[in-house]
Design a protein around this ligand. Structure first.
Ligand SMILES: [Zn+2]
Length: 533
């Protein structure tokens, strides 16, 4: 049998009119909590007393409970609190109270003075009891500091003096918890409800910061576009994300409600946030895709899997159906007649099947359905009049092929339309900053701040790179539409230079980068590609 929490709670029936109005205005119940402990360390010390003032629309309830810490109370604590070993002997242990307690505290705003201390102690005690405790936490020290920034001291004794609070004792859990409830009422006399609400809301977000992150970790983040990397123990990459506002996006991961299991898992293991500012959104998107591949973060699994299965349909001259080819084996940036791109074989098949149904094409001729050779009944689609009969000779294979090409045309893959790498300019009109994003064969090599840095960047790029579906997805349409401002970088990749030097020695000066030729975006590279295809 598990012990219940004390039933001799003292319910306020004579709360005054102000308090009544305050209760009415509550968005959700609040628990004002204070703990007494055997010391200041949440992992080695134990709770000896829990005092709670519960405030809800139903009224105010006060209760406290002594807890057997199963360890002696040090003399200085005994002196401070008046709680000694004799008082605690025979009291319930925390483990025996844990279930009832977590039920009582759950779903309520957890308010405490130096809340990190009380919340941390409770979380650890619950963890030892095999339970996970999470709450939105509000620290009254921080609240006082936010509402009265010119005041130096925000300790409980200072609050008592400044607001004329009436302590019913000090350094006992319930008495101290009650002081917080009194403080709460006082600030509502001084400030309008919406002002207090706004301060509380801002502080709760902050308090939900993962325990291992220092508060300065968020303050240090810029409100600019960029990419962030969450890192855990041993700097293990946990998650890579991008945003046009780094600070806002990172905060949203730790908003406290942890609706995404991923965010909860991250918050429990994160140790450090790494931020990479970019000039604009395009730079952030390109860098995110690159870092996800390089770092393989634990919580970006979806993206990683997608990269491995990249494939496309290819139409070979004279064929009756497209064949599926994989980016692992072929360089898509240099292939002709490609349609897609797809993240997986299954997605490629699903798309072709959908096109076939929409355009009355033959599943059997496309290789999506097996029928006996020389079948007179045709494919299933022919029997239900969806296929126009390429499978039974009612439509010529050439006619069918022409219709398949037409259906696929909208998903034609744009071949890399340049002789070498290009550098795409991204500018921020406000800060006047510019970034050059260097891309070759639909592969992002990196970004730099000036044209002079492009050559060294290309020189330092990995020697073998090939079609990157993410980069293709980000850039192909914009390249085709002529939306981008770019220059050609007429420099050969390092590896082909080596090969050439061996075959045909040249003076070193000639292999240097030629002055980039400035191109205007109205020179539409897409047309070049389409005429090649
Ligand atoms: Zn058919």
């Amino acid at each position: 049998m598990r012990p219940a929490l004390p039933s001799d709670t003292d319910t306020d029936t004579d709360a005054d009119a102000n308090a009544d109005a305050l209760l009415e205005a509550l968005a959700r119940p609040i628990v004002f909590v204070d703990l007494e402990t055997t010391g200041g360390n949440a992992t080695t010390d134990r709770i000896t007393e829990i005092g709670v003032v519960e405030v809800s629309r139903a009224g105010v309830e006060r209760w406290s409970v002594l807890v057997d810490p199963q360890t002696p109370v040090p003399p200085f604590i005994e002196k401070l609190t008046g709680i000694d070993d004799a008082m605690l002997c025979g009291q319930p242990t925390f483990a025996s109270l844990a279930e009832a307690l977590i039920e009582r505290l759950s779903g309520k705003l957890f308010v405490a003075h130096n809340a990190r201390f009380d919340y941390g102690f409770l979380k650890n005690e619950f963890r030892r009891a095999g339970l996970t405790f999470r709450a939105d936490v509000l620290c009254t020290v921080r609240l006082s500091r936010a509402l009265f920034p010119s005041v130096q001291r925000h300790g409980l004794d200072s609050l008592i003096a400044r607001f004329g609070l009436a302590p019913e004792g000090r350094h006992r859990a319930l008495a101290d918890a009650d002081l917080l409830w009194q403080f709460w009422q006082k600030i509502h006399e001084v400030y309008a409800q919406d002002l207090v609400d706004a301060a509380v809301k801002a502080l709760i977000r902050r308090a939900a910061l993962p325990a291992a992150l220092p508060e300065s970790a968020l303050d240090a983040l810029p409100s600019t576009p960029g990419v962030y990397v969450f890192r855990g123990d041993d700097d293990l990459p946990l998650y890579v994300g991008k945003s046009v506002n780094l600070k806002q996006r990172v905060m949203s991961h730790f908003s406290g409600d942890y609706r995404l299991a991923k965010d909860l898992a991250i918050s429990q293991t994160i140790r450090r946030i790494e931020a990479h500012e970019t000039v604009g959104e395009l730079g952030a998107l390109l860098l995110e895709a690159k870092l996800v591949k390089e770092l393989e973060p634990v919580h970006n699994r979806l993206l990683r899997r997608a990269a491995a299965g990249t494939c496309a349909w290819q139409w070979l001259a004279g064929a009756h159906a497209p064949v599926l080819i994989h980016a692992k084996k072929r360089d898509f940036s240099r292939e002709d007649g490609l349609f897609g791109v797809y993240q997986s074989r299954a997605k490629a098949h699903a798309h072709l099947r959908r096109l076939a149904d929409e355009h009355g094409l033959c599943h059997a001729t496309l290789g999506l359905e097996k029928i006996p050779t020389g079948s007179v009944r045709g494919c299933f689609g022919y029997q239900v009049r969806r296929c126009k009969g390429a499978c039974v000779g009612a439509e010529t294979l050439a006619g069918h092929a022409a219709r398949v090409r037409e259906a696929l045309d909208a998903s034609r893959v744009l071949r890399w339309p340049h002789a070498g790498p290009i550098a795409i300019a991204e500018r921020d009109d406000e800060t006047k900053r510019v970034a050059w994003h260097v891309v070759d064969r639909w592969c992002y090599l990196g970004s730099c701040a000036s044209v002079d840095e492009i050559e060294p960047l290309i020189g330092a790029a990995p020697q073998a790179y090939s079609f990157d579906a993410d980069v293709y997805g980000l850039l192909a349409k914009r390249v085709a539409a002529g939306e981008l401002d770019w220059i050609a970088c007429d420099v050969r990749p390092a590896f082909s230079l080596c090969v050439q030097e061996m075959a045909q020695p040249r003076p070193a000066a000639q292999k240097a980068i030629r002055k980039p030729v400035r191109k205007r975006s109205n020179e539409n590279p897409a047309q070049l590609a389409l005429s090649l295809a």
